[in-house]
Write a protein that binds this ligand. Sequence first.
Ligand code: SAH
Length: 248
Amino acid sequence: MDIPRIFTITESAHRIHNPFTPEHLATLGAALRLEPGARVLDLGSGSGEMLCTWARDYGISGIGIDMSQLFTGQAKRRAEELGVADRVTFIHGDAAGYVADEKVGVAACLGATWIGGGVAGTIDLLAQSLRPGGIILIGEPYWRQLPPTEDVARECEASALSDFLILPELLASFGDLDYDVVEMVLADQGGWDRYEAAKWLTMRRWLEANPDDDFAKEVRARLTLEPPRYAAYIREYLGWGVFALMAR
Ligand code: SAH
């Protein structure tokens, strides 16, 4: 079981697989006023940076589930490196349908809401692991500016303009699901640059090390096309944020 190989090539050197910087993650942890010992569940935990740094900085304990073997291995090594391996557990597996044995105070899915079949389904899934009064975290894109055409939406890696909402609509949609938005931390263009531009050096180094790989042609094409495409589209049109929700 694993995710498509292109991600484990382009994002192999990322600690955060989203347009968040370490500062955004720390801001989010502080904004939630986490109590030491709080339990956090993270579906699609990637390389584990959120749980590992929050365990170090805020004393939480956590469980992360991720379908990438590479990222899960990186998460375990990061936990050792930060001295928190006794408090965070990373499981390699499909998080679809995952419900924690012991209820958590914070249940998160940052940038992987397809796990629950979309935002609403992922909120329902996370809610099954949440103790009463707990907080759900959803990390999701939104349109910072509405793309003028469907073609522009597709250049932002959306399948259609309707994949995402503008920020006021996204916030209202959580209310429609009977949740209060109690906090949010938004990415910025600097964060997008860290997420997207970091892929370019990784791709370049990978190409140098793997010139005869079956994937080399695809990676070469991406490295050639992506910098100007990113600057024209994703950087201008796409926002991303983490929204903290509490059931009404
Ligand atoms: N939340 C992490 C990772 C976001 S990228 C961070 O912010 O850094 C999306 C992640 O979802 C990837 O790590 C990918 O491996 C994982 N993923 C994709 N499908 C999944 C599934 N069905 N179950 C668990 N993880 C999944």
